[in-house]
Design a protein around this ligand. Structure first.
Ligand SMILES: [Zn+2]
Length: 299
């Protein structure tokens, strides 16, 4: 087992648990088939940011005549404001699931990091973004998938985004040998026990992925793996980082590998009791110095 003295009971872990339970049990399934719940999730995220003293803006677009919202908090960089770091997580759910792990955990991690770093003055501009419409039927659809609409608008504005971190399904771990699966060519190169967190990028993002993995390992004893693959390999592009790749930016996904490990992926059984909050907390703690590092200016 991992780190910290009483991991189940730390303030960090308790807050992560409250947030995941709120999204999955109180709000539940949240997508355009359940617009009221999707909007409730957006309002709640905005309120959570605002309770931290962070002002959230809505990046709104139309989908089938319904207003959809990405929720954006920007912390303007002190010395290098034109260089932008985006940390994001989708808050919608696939149809038919309360989506505790996918992606209640990503949103809880986003809020936790934003809170932990709220007093920190970044050199670069830091944006916390909660994305909508990541899940099917909007996944990888132009003008519909929240992160793609957002990334495209960034590109059109000429935003110089230097790194994107997508927080995606991060809370399920297993110590059982054989609990980890892979798309076919990868099984020989990686562990077969699903007890690690993964940093996944494309070839263009290799330098970023290696740097993030190294920094994470310096600060966390949660096992971590990383890899850069073509986006055609199943799973590699299955989150919001993919959208930024389409617009020419570098980025990566932080994940427990979702369907390659988690038996409840996109199921009605994706509930908060499946999450290992102690290990999830250790991952979130290890990500704080990573965001801190990315927000420092290199030159
Ligand atoms: Zn997801």
């Amino acid at each position: 087992m991992l780190v910290i003295e009483d991991p189940e009971d730390s303030a960090l872990v308790r807050q992560l648990k409250r947030d995941v339970v709120h999204l999955s049990d109180v709000i539940g399934e949240r997508n355009l088939s359940r617009v009221q719940s999707l909007n409730e999730a957006a309002d709640w995220i905005e309120q959570r940011f605002s309770a931290m003293g962070l002002r959230a803006d809505r990046h709104t677009f139309d989908c089938h005549g319904i207003a959809c919202h990405n929720i954006v908090v920007e912390r303007r960089g002190e010395t290098h404001p034109d260089q932008i770091v985006v940390v994001g997580a989708h808050y919608d759910s696939a149809p038919g699931t309360p989506a505790a792990n996918d992606n209640g955990t990503g949103v809880a991690a986003l809020l936790s990091l934003a809170e932990a770093l709220k007093e920190f003055q970044p050199a670069r501009t830091l944006r916390w973004v909660a994305f909508t419409n990541e899940e099917p039927p909007y996944f990888q659809t132009r003008d519909r998938m929240g992160s793609w609409v957002y990334a495209r608008d960034c590109r059109h504005r000429g935003d110089q985004i230097v790194a994107v971190i997508s927080l995606e399904t991060m809370g399920y771990f297993s110590d059982r040998p054989g609990s980890q699966r892979y798309p076919p060519p990868l099984a020989a190169r990686y562990p077969d026990t699903g007890n690690f967190i993964a940093f996944v990028g494309n070839p263009a993002s290799r330098a970023l992925v290696e740097r993030v993995h190294r920094e994470f390992q310096r600060h966390s004893n949660c096992p971590a793996e990383f890899g850069c693959f073509d986006e055609s390999l199943p799973g590699v592009g299955w989150s919001d980082h993919w959208s930024f790749w389409q617009e020419g930016y570098v980025g990566l996904m932080v994940t427990d590998t979702a369907p390659f490990r988690y038996p409840h992926y996109h199921q009605p059984t994706d509930t908060a009791d499946k999450i290992d909050f102690a290990r999830f907390g250790a991952v979130v703690e290890g990500l704080r110095p990573v965001v801190h590092m990315l927000c420092a200016a290199d030159e």
